[in-house]
Design a protein. Structure first.
Length: 193
């Protein structure tokens, strides 16, 4: 009699995101993934493939969730400098008050294995490019709305914001950096006008 899959693949994928986010790729065991997802090993392998492929799908799921939730206000067609300030103010407040404790799964993946795996490097590069493009559009909207000088280098500024966001996600576990990051962000945003 063939084995059946008795789990919700979307729910299992989200639970796997949480495991990989907490443990990282290398430290997350198949046993932990089986336990967290409620799926059997057979179910995981037949639905998602091996652990590495499961991780790739988890990274893609993570980015999709981030775009639909955290980045949603900045993806609005008319998002401008005020939306950017609110976005970073909220992120800074969450880091300072301790409600943001997991950091960034993508940052963790970069540290864990991007240099060792061209496919993961490609997924992360494309995702970071989308974040940078999001910032470019917000900055362009701000120039159009007269919130920023037309002389602002939008590409360089977007890259700086994306780099700042990446660094902030990477050091969220180091509380002593939170106030320094907030100060740097405040300075960066003040420089925009």
């Amino acid at each position: 009699m063939p084995r059946t899959k008795e789990f919700d693949p979307e729910e299992a994928l989200q639970k796997a995101v949480d495991v990989f986010w907490e443990k990282g790729f290398d430290s997350a065991s198949m046993e932990e993934l089986v336990e967290a997802t409620g799926a059997s090993r057979y179910g995981i392998y037949s639905t998602f493939g091996d652990k590495r492929t499961f991780f790739l799908k988890a990274i893609e799921q993570y980015w999709e969730t981030i775009r639909k939730t955290i980045h949603a206000p900045l993806l609005e067609p008319d998002a401008d400098l005020e939306d950017l300030r609110r976005f970073f103010d909220k992120a800074s407040a969450e880091r300072l008050d301790g409600s943001c404790t997991k950091g960034c799964l993508a940052c963790r993946a970069v540290v864990d294995m991007a240099n060792d795996d061209p496919e993961i490097d490609d997924i992360l590069t494309k995702s970071f490019d989308k974040v940078e493009a999001m910032y470019r559009q917000v900055l362009q909207n701000a120039v159009t709305a007269g919130q920023l000088s037309a002389g602002v280098d939008i590409g360089l500024t977007a890259a700086a914001l994306a780099g700042f966001n990446l660094a902030a996600g990477a050091v969220v576990h180091v509380p002593s950096t939170h106030s320094r990051l907030k100060s740097l962000l405040d300075q960066l945003l003040r420089s925009l006008g």
